[in-house]
Design a protein. Structure first.
Length: 279
């Protein structure tokens, strides 16, 4: 019986074929930073389970710093990809949606009973919804031009940092009005609703890449002073910064509304006036 297939003899001199194409390093670096942020978020959860809340908060802050770097580095290296965007969303939910909620619950909201657990669940769910809405809005071609410099709602890294304000106040020795578990529960729900709200929040993505020469030295001084204060008085700086961020939200919302009205007025067709009456 004859064979259905022709005999095949491989050529030994033929170079081996690559099964996978090499990945450029510019695509790996941003994803590596995202994975480091994810590791920081997971480690923060472990520290909270061990009762080391100070280290847990520091790891959440480290994850936020790394999260602010990966996107900028990806755009700088022209290494943005769909894979990186999806990985970033998953890492953000773990580091800023689940991690801080667990930290705050183990820190003191567990004394509020089931209500405290419901509050942290609401925060985590709102964080997931916030990330999903952000991913959809990126591809929206009808987004107004003035929204290019604003987020819709508080971004989830900022929401995570704001959520931990009761811990900052306790560690700093400042008056802590959020210490009662029920008050902390209400505060948690407020931060969760701010994330899924339509409040415009300044993003800073469209700030100029170049700094005027006369502002370079003052910028250096302010940056060094901020870092020195953060290392010397970390809890006080975090507490004051969180309160200042919350206070700035209505001010930024009013400024965004003015920009929206100005854009609508500029894009509106001119109103034709009636011709003057004939003499």
């Amino acid at each position: 019986m004859s064979s259905l297939f022709q005999p095949f003899t491989p050529d030994r001199n033929e170079p081996p074929r690559r099964r996978f194409r090499p990945v450029p390093m510019r695509l790996l670096i941003p994803n590596l930073i995202t994975l480091l942020a994810l590791c920081a978020g997971l480690s923060a959860m472990r520290m909270a389970l061990e009762g080391k809340f100070d280290i847990a908060v520091y790891l959440v802050l480290l994850a936020a710093i790394l999260d602010s770097m990966d996107g900028r580095i990806a755009r700088l290296l022209k290494g943005t990809s769909k894979f990186g965007a999806e990985l970033d969303s998953l890492a953000d939910f773990v580091s800023f949606g689940a991690g801080p909620a667990l930290i705050l619950y183990l820190w003191g909201m567990n004394h509020a009973g089931p209500i405290g657990w419901i509050a942290v669940l609401v925060f985590s769910i709102c964080g997931a919804l916030r990330l999903a809405r952000f991913n959809v809005q990126i591809e929206d071609p009808n987004r107004p031009a003035w929204m290019a410099n604003f987020f819709t709602g508080v971004p989830i890294p900022a929401g995570a940092i704001l959520l931990l304000l009761p811990i900052y106040l306790e560690r700093s020795g400042l008056p802590n009005l959020l210490s009662p578990p029920l008050v902390t529960t209400a505060y948690t729900i407020v931060i969760a609703l701010l994330m899924v709200s339509k409040v415009p929040v300044f993003s800073g993505k469209k700030l100029g890449a170049r700094v005027p020469r006369e502002r370079v030295l003052p910028l250096f001084v302010l940056a060094i002073a901020f870092v020195a204060l953060l290392f010397s008085y970390p809890w006080e700086v975090l507490a004051v910064g969180s309160v200042a961020y919350l206070v700035s939200l209505p001010i930024i919302a009013l400024q965004a509304r003015k920009m929206a009205l100005a854009e609508e007025a500029a894009s509106a067709p001119p109103v034709e006036s009636d011709p003057p009456p004939a003499p």
